[in-house]
Design a protein around this ligand. Sequence first.
Ligand code: SF4
Length: 413
Amino acid sequence: MTRRGPDSCPGVLRLHQAADGPLARIRVPGGLLNPAQLQALAESARDLADGNIELTSRGNIQLRQVRDAAALTDRLAAVGLLPSHTHERVRNIIASPLSGRVGGLADLRALGPALDAGLLAAPRLAELPGRVLFTLDDGRGDVSGLGADIGVHAIGAEEFALLLAGRDSGVRLRAADTIEVMLAAAHGFLDLRGEDAGRWRLHDIEQGADRVVDLLGLSPVADRLELPVRRSLPIGWLEQEDGLVGLGAGVRLGCLPARTAEFLAAVERPIVVTPWRGLVVADLEAWAAEQVVRVLAPMGLIFDADSPWLLVSACAGQPGCAKSHTDVRADVSEAVDTGRVLPAAYPLEHGANDRDADPEKAAPRQVSEPPRIAATDISVAGRQHWSGCDRRCGRPRDQVTDIVATDEGYRIG
Ligand code: SF4
């Protein structure tokens, strides 16, 4: 499959002109931020952008309404968030956020930085499209279902499955060989892509995964693993294997206010941005973890796994996107605040828009032409993604109810 032309993914050096102003996307390989980096992001959001840090579904960061791109570049470079001007958009690496601390078959904490260093060290890999995704799954299956172009999935502490184009290739690797093979696969993708800039992903190349395996001189040796999409949102108190504590925090619609980020940075512990638009504050003593919850829960961070905020996601909508029919974030926020986002176990389940209706007696839904519904009348149980138009940007890959704005109201499903 060939797409339209060169991919236009934004970065720090190439801003996207969104409807509400320039947008910068900052790559955070493995979602790993140190306190100084989070502090710099918070200050940049406050001084140079709209005051918020947006978390993306690839564990990256976005700033909106950037007023001074040169100043932003300098600030990010000073804390190591822009180590290369040539490779900034290719550093899309998602790793199991709890690896090495809680569960998993292998400790992958060193692999993310090693893969990033390998990408940066290879001049040709700057040619990778900004959409190419690398994943490192420690065997718990939390990120292998995200459809990476190139990934590894631990099947033991020292053995990994090589994933290509979102599937298990059947190739098995020793831990020591993973980075070298992933980088070689990235070169292989570029070889196959040739001059066709419209091929943004390995998935876009016919038989791309098999051809990369051949190029690398590897052979499938095992039955393919199934890699289901699995949402593994770490929320609340997480006992680490080293006796310390991690705190998983949900972030409302993935939008972290600069002031909250500054409080997080002041904790002076590693922060991991998750691909579910949340955070993990790692390596806390128990007393410090209690303090963090006491201070940051009232500021809006979510430590309660039953929070309705964890059931909802939304695209940018108005005013950030010119295609949007409405301000979806305001609408979904009102739905949460007024109790219209219901637990998944609520009897009406997906698609309900009348809490008092009896589903047993309800008339069959008109599937071909679903009704349009005012935002204030929507009441849906379980996971739901609100979109400002049919493109459904940011939609999670797993099961959700779609709530899509049209020019006549919302359509459910
Ligand atoms: S789903 Fe539509 S309205 Fe929402 S961000 Fe994407 S293009 Fe814009």
